[in-house]
Design a protein around this ligand. Structure first.
Ligand code: SF4
Ligand code: SF4
Length: 326
């Protein structure tokens, strides 16, 4: 008898390939995903999470066993459709190869004596993938490689493919910014993309910068574990000092990110460990207003937060007064 469980089991067995490219990057996002704790990579590769079995990481230049032409052949085959269905993952920015001529900026392989350029591979794979996920601020919006004056013309996947681009699933580019992103953010978004590809989860809701709203809906300030110091007017004047780190350049008020309070497995977190947020998940990073990193956040951010907080506190005070009368 067919039940929803047998349906899920059958879909879980269907193999989905993951093709993880690296462009102009530092491999920090790959290092980050190895720290994931909810779920862990082991949970995923062993199929311990219902609906996520059958995933195969067929290409990741930092983690894969194949090397040289064997590794490059995976990309050539994938562009010919031999790894369908697959999710395209990009770490790192894409340079403008037209500026590099007669040289090249970013070759990611070589096959039959021909260099495989990142932009050509992205062009080929983006025509066939079920979904495309940009991991990290470089892949999402350009990040550090695109910082002014951006000599290589580096861009993120969202700008490269365009906001109207859609993969086989009908989803636009999904962005997971952060430099690097929180490990759990990466696995959860990739897991969600795969579940959506199998029809086991709704498509993720994305905001104007194509970030999943359930992870990037709040600012680092709203998530900050020492936000009580901010409301209490207690200011720290150095790293790790007791108090809000606004005077050390914290950009938590203007950056949507959930890594301020915790990094992995309940440990770490940027402001939690005494370091101001540098806005690394912001689409403008590393340019203003996220920089200078230890310069002040725009005063308007403080005013907005203050007026919003004041409105809420007045509402709460009125509600509390009414309840007391009852
Ligand atoms: S300004 Fe920074 S340190 Fe201060 S409460 Fe906000 S996020 Fe936390
Ligand atoms: S520096 Fe800010 S934006 Fe970057 S991970 Fe930490 S809290 Fe998030």
């Amino acid at each position: 008898m067919f039940s929803i469980y047998t349906g899920i089991y059958a879909m879980a067995l269907e193999e989905i390939n993951l093709i993880w490219l690296e462009g102009l990057d530092c491999a920090g996002c790959t290092i980050s995903i190895k720290q994931a704790s909810n779920p862990t990579l082991i949970d995923i590769v062993t199929g311990a999470i219902p609906g996520l079995g059958g995933l195969k990481l067929v290409f990741n230049p930092t983690l894969m066993f194949e090397w040289g032409e064997d590794a490059s052949k995976v990309l050539v085959d994938a562009m010919e459709g031999k790894y369908d269905p697959f999710v395209l993952i990009l770490e790192g920015a894409i340079p403008d190869e037209a500026r590099a001529k007669p040289g090249v900026y970013c070759a990611i392989g070589e096959y039959n004596h021909k260099l495989l350029l990142l932009d050509e591979v992205v062009d080929g794979l983006s025509k066939k993938c079920a979904a495309a996920v940009a991991i990290g601020t470089c892949a999402s919006y350009g990040g550090i490689p695109s910082g002014k004056p951006n000599p290589t013309g580096a861009r993120g996947l969202l700008d490269y493919l365009g906001k109207k681009w859609k993969g086989g699933l009908g989803l636009p580019v999904i962005c997971v910014p952060g430099c690097p992103p929180r490990p759990d953010n990466i696995v959860q978004v990739l897991g969600h993309a795969v579940l959506a590809a199998r029809g086991l989860a709704p498509l993720p809701e994305l905001d104007e910068h194509h970030r999943p709203t359930y992870l990037y809906g709040d600012t680092a300030h709203e998530n900050c574990s020492i936000c009580g110091f901010f409301s209490g007017g207690v200011a720290g004047h150095g790293f790790g000092e007791r108090g809000c780190l606004g005077l050390v350049g914290c950009k938590g008020l203007i950056t949507h990110c959930n890594a301020s309070a915790t990094w992995m497995d309940g440990y770490g977190g940027c402001t939690e460990t005494g370091s101001p947020c540098i806005g690394c998940a912001d689409p403008n990073f590393p340019d203003p207003p996220t920089s200078p990193f230890f310069g002040d956040a725009p005063p308007i951010a403080y005013l907005k937060d203050f007026s919003r907080g004041l409105r809420t506190q007045v509402k709460l005070a009125i509600a509390a007064a009414k309840r007391r009368k009852i």
